[in-house]
Design a protein around this ligand. Structure first.
Ligand SMILES: Nc1ncnc2c1ncn2[C@@H]1O[C@H](COS(=O)(=O)NC(=O)[C@@H](N)CS)[C@@H](O)[C@H]1O
Ligand SMILES: [Zn+2]
Length: 477
């Protein structure tokens, strides 16, 4: 699996950089012989594991995790009209078991409403059963016809976290939407990925939903990536799947639902937003290795240096850091290059001079160098990691803020979307949205914007002059 050496393309050629880093940093192998399906390298999978542990920690506060079947009978799949329309061109069907043709074709879940809600109808009887808040982290399948790309647009989504909640009232479901948005905001803060939250236009909402709130980030090429969505489903699906409950009033009522999902696009964002020309730059919470110790071997004091490095590893491991000594027979520079490519936040150098001075040299992945006292190394590493995290989060936030431009002419909007996001006043009409998209060659991404990077306002719609509110326009993945 040894990845090659040699410089990465610069991030200005984002597509080249992204494809190269996936194998040089051992994230995903794209050579699997089915279009849109890719293989996790163990290193990439370890990053995913850490990121999804953060997600589970957040979800498990007031949801329960479970798992529903992958295969959905056509009879159930074809029940909700809007949902079908939205997914009918993307669904994979299983039609045979061995040589026998199945009497009912089975869909590979593109998302699991049609697998879960028939069971919810059996489980939910009374208001005492509500709210029900379950999630699963599974693979889902979508026969994407647009350009597939690892971690960004797969045909097998390998890391699909989907939550499906059921409530007694529309208001309670709406409160759940707000809680889900906050949970996603927290999740992406923990990944140090800056986000913009907005409401998708009617024509872009999830099939069968009342409305969709989306979480986007800006990728290095200026295109936005939708890295999470929250849908208020109202009672559409509960009417279709007969999810009713007996209220305190003794009457039967249809339930109100939400669902919200995140996929491995979260990992694509983590890699793309922080990475640089030397490889990954990982926030400490998502770094399989937080610090690598490189012994500086000098002549006859070799054994002394190696045992000092081993003692350092023991102390840091005992304090809960993931750390290892790199004892391979390579020049220190080759080791630095290898671990920088894999995004290790800290490098600790220890040689004869450091032993004599009782210090350890700590170099952060962003190039800061500190000589810290060997006796305070645990506190020292902890505080340097904390500052490193803040540094990369601030840097990513500033980078994104620089690529969001509030404009009031279509020409300026067309210019702004070449490198990022244009914020314009839009009246909300589809006609004006179409006019914007034709003039700017980018789409209305969302309105009702919530982001620390965007000051929202009202003003004349950029097309018709009617009352408009801030809306985002961007090229998208
Ligand atoms: N082909 C794909 N590859 C990778 N991620 C995807 C793909 N399609 C969608 N996603 C991600 O999955 C998230 C949830 O998908 S979704 O269609 O918007 N929503 C649902 O499926 C709802 N059932 C919520 S679980 C999206 O916000 C997007 O970030
Ligand atoms: Zn208008």
């Amino acid at each position: 699996m040894e990845a090659d050496t040699g410089a990465l393309p610069t991030k200005d050629d984002f597509s080249g950089w992204y494809n190269e880093i996936l194998w040089r940093a051992e994230i995903m192998d794209v050579r699997y012989p089915v279009k849109g399906l890719y293989v996790w390298y163990p290193h990439g999978f370890a990053i995913r594991k850490l990121a999804y542990q953060i997600l589970r920690d957040l979800m498990d506060r007031d949801h329960q995790e479970t798992m529903f079947p992958l295969l959905v009978p056509e009879t159930e799949f074809m029940k909700e009209a809007d949902h079908i329309k939205g997914f009918e061109n993307e669904v994979y069907w299983v039609t045979h078991g061995g040589r026998n043709e199945l009497d009912v074709p089975l869909a590979l879940r593109p998302t699991s409403e049609t697998a879960i809600y028939p069971m919810y109808a059996l489980w939910i009887r009374s208001h005492a059963d509500l709210p029900l808040k379950l999630y699963q982290i599974v693979n889902t399948f979508r026969y994407e016809t647009k350009h597939t790309r690892p971690l960004i647009r797969l045909r097998e989504i390998t890391s699909f976290k989907e939550a499906h909640t059921v409530h007694a009232t529309w208001e309670e479901a709406e409160r759940q939407v707000e809680e889900a948005i906050e949970l996603y905001r927290t999740f992406y803060q923990r990944l140090c990925v800056p986000v913009i939250i907005s409401r998708r236009p009617e024509w872009d909402k999830f099939p069968g939903a009342d409305y969709t709130i989306a979480v986007d980030t800006v990728m290095p090429d200026g295109k936005t990536l939708q890295i999470g969505t929250v849908h208020l489903l109202g009672d559409h699906f509960s009417k279709t799947y007969n999810i009713t409950f007996e209220g305190a009033d003794g009457e039967h009522h249809y339930a109100y639902q939400t669902c919200y999902g995140i996929s491995e696009r979260s990992i694509a964002a983590l890699i793309s937003v922080h990475g640089d020309d030397r490889g990954l730059v990982l926030p400490p919470e998502t770094a399989p290795l937080q610090a690598v110790i490189v012994p500086i071997i000098v002549g006859k004091r070799r054994d002394e240096v190696l045992s000092a490095a081993a003692a350092l590893e023991d102390d840091l491991k005992a304090a809960g850091f993931s750390v290892r000594v790199d004892t391979r027979d390579l020049r220190p520079g080759a080791k630095y290059y290898y671990w920088e490519m894999r995004g290790v936040p800290l490098r600790l150098e220890i040689g004869p001079r450091d032993i004599d001075a009782n210090t350890v040299v700590v170099v952060t992945r962003t190039g800061e160098k500190h000589a810290i006292d060997r006796r305070g190394v645990v506190e020292g590493v902890g505080s340097i990691l904390g500052r490193f995290r803040e540094e990369i989060f601030d840097r990513a936030g500033r980078w994104m803020a620089d690529r969001i431009r509030t404009v009031d002419t279509l020409e300026d909007a067309a210019d702004a979307v070449k490198s990022g996001v244009a914020v314009v006043h839009w009246c909300g009409s589809q006609d004006c949205a179409t006019a914007v998209e034709e003039a700017v060659d980018a789409s209305i991404l969302g309105s009702d914007i919530r982001s620390e990077y965007i000051l929202v306002s009202t003003g004349p719609c950029i097309v018709c002059g009617g009352t408009g509110r801030s809306a985002m326009v961007s090229r998208t993945y």
